[in-house]
Design a protein around this ligand. Sequence first.
Ligand code: G6P
Length: 612
Amino acid sequence: MCGIVGYLGNKQAYPILIKGLKRLEYRGYDSAGVAILNNGINLYKCKGKVADLEELTKDKDTEGHIGIGHTRWATHGLPNDVNAHPHYSDSSSIVMIHNGIIENYSPLRKTLEARGYKFRSETDSEVLINLIEEVQKQEKVSLAEAVRKALKEVVGAYAIVLFAKDSPDELIAAKKGSPLVIGVGENEFYLASDATPIIEYTRDVVYLEDEEIAVISKADGLNIINIKNQKITPYLQQLEMEIEELEKGGYDYFMLKEIFEQPRSIADSMRGRISLDKKIVSLGGIKNYEETLLKARRIIIIACGTSWHAGLVGEYLFEDLARIPVEVEYASEFRYRNPIIYEDDVVIAISQSGETADTLAAIELAKKRGATIIGICNVVGSSIARATHAGSYTHAGPEIGVASTKAFTAQVTLLTLMALSIGYKKETLPKQRYTQLVAELEQLPSKIVRALKLNDQIYKISELFYEASNFLYLGRGYSFPVALEGALKLKEISYIHAEGYPAAEMKHGPIALIDEQMPVVVVAPKASSYEKVVSNIQEVKARKGIVIAVVTEGDNVIKDIADHVIEVPEADEILMPIITSIPLQLLSYHIALLRGCNVDQPRNLAKSVTVE
Ligand code: G6P
């Protein structure tokens, strides 16, 4: 959460910062600001989005070759002009941007106030910049050294970039817990929370590690030390992303583009992982840990949000195909309840961004207790990808819409590949079924193309229900996580209250909610519990609920009972979550738009949740 950017070089900093902030807006959009060095510091910030900041700076002096920028997701203090970043130090000689949380900000602030420091904002970040100023003043050290010493006193997470008007031509950056990437160009440097603001200028990047401090200057280039004052040799890596992936490409919203990209993103998740001739699934990234997986006593899947829903599908897959007991855990609960973790447990951590703070902390805990950690991440080089023992990337491409769509189906695709491969090698999955499933996997992209053709029909259904106040989503077996994800999607972007429930559990509570106003979305493809789901639909209809059913093409039974049917292509039951998710994504997209919501940047949400 919160996006940060920085630039030092010979170009004008302001346009680079603004463009970078727009790329990072998925991380928060409560307020935005920039500070630029030009014979003193010009600082502009305001409540609202980067577009509001542009409006504010329209007639202002934005000249300068060194600058920092920030887009905020509020933690400490309201989203207003004053709490927006960058923050000045008390004397106004240093400015800083921060992503993360300083947990011990309160005692630090009291100490600083006792020494006469005045605070302009309610933020924890302002405490840190003042602490840096105080250390520099007291110890008469360089700015970099003051940063290092101050960070030793800090508890919490941070990615910071700062500069001072008295040390021109120098940017200092540091990180712990929150991400920071440094793009290295010719005599110029780009800093950002992820690589998206950097890609069009350079492909050479350094991912700063925890407790490292980068000192960047025109004279000496990039130098890195750690908090113990040891010199670190920067490890230069090459970015593989393409700029087109970061643009809307003719679509009105990133979310729609990303929904429609799924035939490709799913194919990319499988590419190179299914051998064409032998139809064998093989995941290079986890090859060295395959034996561990085969012998695993248990799989613990940890994730948050949509990734947690993908994990639930994973539970069905691994138990069904590989006969390994699975527990799916919310990372935020898992890490705080002293969980029992065995050395022969395999933890699968799922994260689109690879930066979710709770997931990262849960990984560290499981690692300490000796478990093997396998990552499923979308963002290459992300913190989670680097913290795991091994892993596979989903290769869905950058996901910019805050509500996750293509990342979810890619995660489920990858979990399916893993479960198939392990099940086959463990011989819990008979060869014939394995071969049939692999062949069906290859047909998935074309089935997704067909599912996307339902867009117009789903728009028409959305027109009928966009004013509803509540929605219920039901599913059984493999369709239960799909129902949860469908409900989450609707909640996130349309602000309609929606609940996902196991269809059979409806009678234990949610059935009381059903009346003629209540749309009930039932995910009911042909699957093992199909007949039971048909009965559940009857129960809804008997109470006058309105049923929108997602069914397998040609299903005439449900067509006769439900009010609306959305027919998706047929596939084996284990692959249906990937297909049935598509109409639910489209349904929430259209409903949200009809309600006038910003589907790409829903209120209060952010995409990369780097706070706990
Ligand atoms: C946020 C996002 C969700 C995402 C969740 C977990 O809440 O808005 O879309 O599912 O974080 O994020 P991760 O990057 O770990 O998958």
